[in-house]
Design a protein around this ligand. Structure first.
Ligand code: NAP
Length: 487
């Protein structure tokens, strides 16, 4: 770590943020945070236990009534200030993120801006929470429909977008008037702790947000989900953990938002603009080192262009520079840990054993970190395990197809339904295919769908609910109807 990097890490408070106060965990336990590109230990962070979690819940519950009564404009101004502070500190927060997560610095800068935009977007939504007044069909009563905050919310975020997955939940919760307990991923607690500091500085009242990193997530979250005072869980992470949390949420019949795993198909038809399709595939595959729920997991290329597309993609992938994300010019960082790298290697080996050809890459990268080479596989058979498993790494399997009907069948042949991508210049086909794809989002001639102003989310095993856009705030609002008689 350079002196400047060490200074940035030193600036972050490594304690728990509970009820507006920074404090050590009740047990005094801490855990190490590692730089995945060097395996160097960056620092130690307080390790929350059940007692700390219950303190955070007490704080959230205690602050809820006042927070719900706080004027929407005041809630919006806090979010706006949070947006400004994130942007003022974009550079150092980006360095912090790259240190703990590994993504190249330009991508980390982009994520800070993306994360800040959620705060700006929801600062504008806070003052637009609307109800309805109407006359009953028989004319004998009146309906007053009002929107109210759901109440104290449990937020759980993954390591791959350590800042944006936080603001995508905190933004609408603040706008709606909910208090929160946030549990970030153990690999990337520093961005979440820095965010807690920013929101406190922006004027968020004590108790509205607590942040409790931990190495024992089940022990910390389960007691809160079964307590009865938490009324909502918003989770981003794997489908397996999401399913477990849904089961736990059933006991107290919690409102749930689940942003889960993906297995995005990327369809390139013969009539596509091939330059645009290759650019789009690079983005859809390599954004965040392939560690994105939206990552193109299966690239289906129509027979007429499959070979040329694969060759062009291989040239681009082979030319990428891999290394420590803080080094100038690096485009591909390390994977988050050895477990992730071993999984990617296992999926590549399985595809090759079933007859896939390695066009570029195919093995671990050099260096102390968890690097894996940008890889393109051609002629991948449909039976290969990576067709049905989220790769979460820089591996692009290209699978050929003949007809539109076949492309739709294989694209939809998955339990996941987060996003799909389509490249075609035929307008009718574009609309037909977009309608038929069983995903919550479609990138039509574009390789990125994430936008704070758009409703992000999946269908099938990819989740429940939407984050961002006009509907994002709905996830944190209840509807109350008052029937008015005697008129
Ligand atoms: P993960 O293992 O499911 O972990 C996500 C979060 O859940 C982490 O904070 C983790 O804590 C916590 N967690 C794990 N077990 C838990 C339990 N028993 N009870 C409560 N919390 C628990 O997922 P990940 O590997 O970090 O992230 C990758 C996954 O997230 C991928 O499947 C990706 O597709 C998905 N994702 C989805 C979206 C979306 O918007 N749909 C966005 C980003 C990522 P620890 O860190 O301590 O394990």
């Amino acid at each position: 770590m350079s002196d400047q990097e060490a200074r940035i890490v030193a600036q972050v408070d490594k304690r728990l943020f509970v009820g507006g106060t920074w404090r050590d965990s009740a047990s005094g336990a801490t855990f190490e945070v590692e730089d995945p590109s060097t395996r160097e230990v960056l620092c130690e962070v307080a390790d929350a236990g059940k007692e700390d979690a219950l303190d955070a819940l007490d704080a959230a519950h205690g602050a809820q009534a006042d927070w719900a009564r706080t004027a929407p404009r005041d809630r919006g101004e806090i979010l706006r200030r949070g947006y400004e502070l994130l942007m003022e500190r974009q550079e150092e927060l980006a360095v912090l993120m790259t240190l703990e997560m590994g993504k190249p610095l330009p991508e980390a800068r982009g994520e800070i801006a993306y994360a800040a935009e959620f705060l700006r977007w929801f600062s504008e939504e806070a003052v637009r929470i609307e109800g309805r007044f109407s006359v009953s069909p028989d004319g004998k009563s009146r309906f007053l429909v009002m929107r109210q905050p759901v109440g104290p919310s449990m937020l759980i975020t993954p390591w791959n977008f350590p800042m944006a997955m936080g603001t995508r939940k905190i933004g609408p919760a603040i706008a709606a008037g909910c208090t929160m307990v946030l549990k970030p991923a153990h690999q990337t607690p520093l961005s979440a702790l820095a965010l807690a500091g920013v929101m406190a500085e922006a004027g968020l009242p004590e108790g509205v947000l607590s942040v409790i990193p931990t190495t024992d997530p089940g022990a910390v979250t389960e007691p809160l989900l079964s307590d009865g005072r938490i009324r909502k869980i918003s989770f981003t992470g794997s489908t397996a953990v999401g399913r477990k949390l849904l089961e736990q949420s059933a006991g107290q019949v919690l409102r749930t938002s689940m942003e889960l795993g993906g297995n995005a198909p990327f369809l390139v038809f013969d009539d596509a603009d091939l330059d645009a399709a290759v650019d789009g595939a690079m983005l859809a595959k390599m954004r965040n080192i392939g560690e994105a729920c939206t990552a193109a997991n299966r690239i289906y290329a129509q027979a007429g262009i499959a070979e040329e597309f694969s060759e062009r993609l291989s040239r681009r992938m082979g030319a990428l520079r891999m290394g420590r994300g803080l080094e100038e010019g690096v485009q591909v960082g390390p994977l988050i840990d050895d477990k992730a790298r071993d999984k990617v290697q296992r999926l590549v080996d399985d595809a090759v054993n079933r007859g896939a050809r390695v066009l570029v890459g195919g093995g671990p990268g050099e260096g102390a970190g968890h690097f894996y080479q940008p890889t393109v596989l051609a002629d991948v058979p449909f039976a290969a395990e990576l067709s049905s498993t989220e790769i979460f790494g820089p591996v692009a399997p290209v699978l050929p197809f003949e007809t539109e009907e076949e492309a739709l069948r294989v694209a939809n042949d998955t339990e996941y339904g987060l996003v799909s991508y389509v490249y075609t210049r035929d307008l009718n086909r574009a609309l037909r295919v977009s309608e038929a794809l069983e995903t919550g989002m479609v990138g039509l001639n574009q390789g990125v769908v994430s936008n704070p102003a758009a409703p992000f989310g999946g269908v099938k095993h990819s989740g429940l609910g939407r984050e961002g856009g006009r509907v994002g705030i709905e996830e944190f609002l209840e509807t109350k109807y008052v029937g008015i008689g005697g008129i």
